[in-house]
Design a protein around this ligand. Sequence first.
Ligand code: SAM
Ligand code: SF4
Length: 329
Amino acid sequence: MLLDTFGRQAVDLRVSLTDRCNLRCTYCMPEEGLQWLAKPELLTDEEIVRLVTLAVRDLGVREVRFTGGEPMLRPGLVSIVTACAELEPRPELSLTTNGIGLARTATALRQAGLDRVNVSLDTLDADTFFTLTRRHRHQDVLDGLAAAEAAGLAPVKLNAVLMRGVNDHEAADLLAWCLEHGYELRFIEQMPLDAQHGWDRSQMVTAEEILDRLHARFSLTPEPSSARGAAPAERWLVDGGPASVGVIASVTRPFCRACDRTRLTADGQIRNCLFATGETDLRTALRSGGTDAEIGELWRTAMWGKKAGAGIDNPEFLQPARPMSAIGG
Ligand code: SAM
Ligand code: SF4
């Protein structure tokens, strides 16, 4: 088991498949991109499958989510999903993606055993999409969403980050559009995880503001907290349900005390929190002939040291050295 000193158990593994991306979201990366990891530093497909196998078989992991960077850029994605779907006990498999390329790959991913996708889309307007991502790929994302739905990767979830003065006026429109299409929308408060350190607490659109904007058009009923489990999103039933909307308020209403996540970076480091300042190197152990028992012990020790909370809203908060795209969002 992956336990920590606060009694939490990590059962949800986030695997970053690459730090690269084909978009340049302003809240994530600078326009020129980043210094990408060199190929030899990246875990191979086989190394990833070995670590996921160990996590599922020996460490109690029940859910595996592939992310990045943009995980669809990883050539071995479908075969990694196939191998993970054959594990016993079979973990739940999902993917967080910007949706580009999903139109082509959704069916293959579904057939490989992927259960669900979260697609990130912050705006319904193609020009605003360009302002936010610096790429003209809005239609590709819309096509990807439709393909995911058609392939049965349901329920399709949509992640949206609101940026003041850019797309924050679209909160209610995004929700109306998701209701119309049967997508489950979750807003994410902007976090201080961008490489260029551009996050400004005073400019951030808070959960409270997001809810105010939604309340102007919809009636929202909070879901009982017992229904939330370890989910980072607080959820509200929209206009009496059954549709719902979520808000992940990592800054203003953090939910660290129920966190059940463990993270593996594309270069084989374990992080016990998105905001951890330290990492545990599994790649060296893997490549120097470490046994499953030895690697499992390193992983357990990494999780045991997990802090009580990230404390983003505290004055002494320190942004981690690696940006979100390199950790795996
Ligand atoms: N490229 C994929 C995507 O965009 O879905 C997966 C990786 S991305 C880092 C994962 C999620 O993190 C996306 O939903 C994205 O909007 C969100 N994200 C990125 N930077 C963020 C930030 N600074 N604050 C909050 N969410 C952020
Ligand atoms: Fe790429 Fe996702 Fe970061 Fe946007 S949020 S730049 S799509 S990794």
